[in-house]
Design a binder for this molecule. Structure first.
Ligand SMILES: CC(C)(COP(=O)(O)OP(=O)(O)OC[C@H]1O[C@@H](n2cnc3c(N)ncnc32)[C@H](O)[C@@H]1OP(=O)(O)O)[C@@H](O)C(=O)NCCC(=O)NCCS
Length: 182
């Protein structure tokens, strides 16, 4: 079944944490750039400020299979940092690329003009995603920084986000109604 995408709400910290905890230690290293224990993941999920960070979830059959985090910097949100993760069993089907593309639009719609993605040099899939989105990659203290310049939001980008939010919520409701909730 095709994935659908919708934003996560603060009360969904628990499913986000479960998604992170299911990542292998190698995936946690790629996502957080360090060996990250279950306790550290719990602290991270508990401390996230949903006003400053927008989470976009990818769902299949009611289960969260991927997430993109858009951390908006400063009060004006003129810069943002994006990081994504996808469950290992559903990789290679474009979910990571779609999450990244849509999180970029979320940043753009909030006024961000440049977005950073920090990849480890051995993270080929993430670098391919960044290159495909025309990110400028530069090596900095052991991380490959991908910087993407964004043009200002337009009514189309705002409508696109609103429309896709609606589709995602409708699919979630359908999963609830038909009992497809993990
Ligand atoms: C990076 C990650 C999100 C990609 O998710 P995904 O759903 O597999 O992404 P996509 O299917 O969109 O594939 C992305 C690209 O990587 C390529 N790719 C996928 N698996 C690959 C692999 N094992 N080796 C090399 N390239 C690979 C795909 O072909 C695609 O490139 P293309 O668009 O040029 O064909 C996922 O691997 C992940 O969660 N990794 C662990 C956490 C992480 O690294 N997060 C990023 C932190 S910045």
């Amino acid at each position: 079944m095709a994935p659908y995408f919708r934003k996560l709400r603060p009360f969904e910290r628990g499913i986000y944490l479960s998604h992170l905890r299911a990542l292998s230690s190698e995936d946690r290293r790629l996502r957080f750039h360090s060996i990250t224990s279950d306790e550290q993941l719990e602290r991270y999920a508990a401390s996230v400020d949903f006003e400053q960070t927008v989470f976009l979830g990818a769902f299949m059959e009611g289960a969260l299979v991927g997430a993109g985090a858009v951390a908006l910097h400063s009060k004006t949100f003129d810069e943002a940092e994006i990081a994504v993760s996808v469950a290992s069993q559903v990789r290679g089907h474009g979910i990571g690329g779609t999450l990244t593309r849509r999180t970029l639009r979320i940043a753009r719609n909030r006024g961000s003009r440049s977005v950073w993605m920090f990849c480890l040099p051995d993270n080929t899939p993430m670098q391919r995603i960044a290159r495909r989105l025309h990110g400028q990659l530069s090596l900095h203290q052991g991380t490959l920084d991908a910087r993407l310049e964004l043009t200002p939001a337009t009514p189309f980008t705002r409508l696109g986000e609103t429309f896709e939010d609606g589709v995602g919520v409708a699919r979630s409701v359908s999963d609830l109604v038909f009992g497809r909730v993990a």
